[in-house]
Design a protein around this ligand. Sequence first.
Ligand SMILES: [Zn+2]
Length: 473
Amino acid sequence: MTLRLYDTATREVRDFTPITPGEVGIYLCGATVQAPPHVGHLRPVIAFDVLRRWLTRRGLKVTLIRNVTDIDDKVLAKSAAAGREWWAHAALYERVFTQAYDALGVIPPTYEPRATGSVPEMVALMERLVEKGHAYTSSAGNVWFDVRSWPAYGGLTRQKIEDLSPEEGAEVSGAAADKKNPHDFALWKAPKPGEPESASWDTPYGRGRPGWHLECSAMARRYLGETFDIHGGGLDLRFPHHENEQAQSRAAGYGFAQRWMHVAWVTQAGVKMSKSLGNGLLVSELLTQAPAPVVRYALAAVQYRSMLEWAPDTLQEARTTWERLSGFVTRASERVGDVPAEEVAKAEVPEGFAAAMDDDLNVPQALAVVHEHLRAGNTALAEGSDAAVRAELVTVRAMLDVLGLDPADPQWATSTDDRYATALDALVAAELSARAQARAAKDWAASDAIRDRLAAAGIEVQDSADGARWALS
Ligand SMILES: [Zn+2]
């Protein structure tokens, strides 16, 4: 079977063949660290985490680079407003983003370069573009990429410069008047009055700081080489960010990304979620409303090219499904014993699941296969067929592992002190035993009283064929 992925550049689902057999290089545009993340920021990161896990399970060695944009107009403006040094502001929010990635089970990238760590590479790329006649300096000290010098400009998003409105994608800048064409974009920005000295670097063209597009081109080349397999990010990065990255990298003579993947938005009532609309759902807030795997499930369950409408019941629906999945894994593990993680990692996933993932990461279709096996596993539990229970347990866990949602992954273990958990387990077991005796004696009042007392303590009791089970509600 061949892995097929949609390519934004060709607008078709086509076979994926790595440049170097057995290896894949991916560049994912990371966060501009100026404020805490909402789910819209996390969706592309989770989608690429699933892609990476699937490529890895298919036996490919993945190098995933996800940058941190730690110098930028917004970082400077927000840090000034907060009364912090820009680098302190960036470091603060970089940690908040990392906490969100970690909480949602995102495997850390192979490397996570900060833009400010690759300034010499950015200057070298800019010099190369000036030498080749694709960039020019202005009297105000800016360096611009000359879009008219590159006939292929607009190729990624199939737009002609003539058809773009002057505002579309053009940078709003006080120094914009010193460029030749409204769509010329800044490779280097001269310091503006009031900007801190520490936010600019020396170049052959004077002091200043890098433009956002140049940052990603330079870091992609530094860590993945002149030509690499996949470049991606959120849908809104296609233009101008990725168009500009591609133009300057190819104009510099590099092959650059061979494929582009973009992840659709999280919407509320059909509108893209963003802070500016005031409808941002902060990851930190969602994690107080639902366990982390439930939030991840909600973000991962929709195919990455479809808009994800965040409805009032999105989390509740995800919670119901997650409890069904994790409930089976718990019951099956209790019956047949824990399955070692190495065995899950090596297990073959069902053909239907693999076919769905190979079809441009069709996660909803893949989840349908997970649910088929979940039903078979529950049937095997009910029939007491331990061999079948174990087989389905391994299969279900292996499939969920590809989605980063294996319920038995230590990632999702609650970090409660074990002594509290042990003590609570013993006390609830005593209550459940008393309840079982009351039920046996048909003393429904006593049995209900115990159940109510547990409910008041936040403990939910579920009766099953194997006896009563409990969970924190
Ligand atoms: Zn980027």
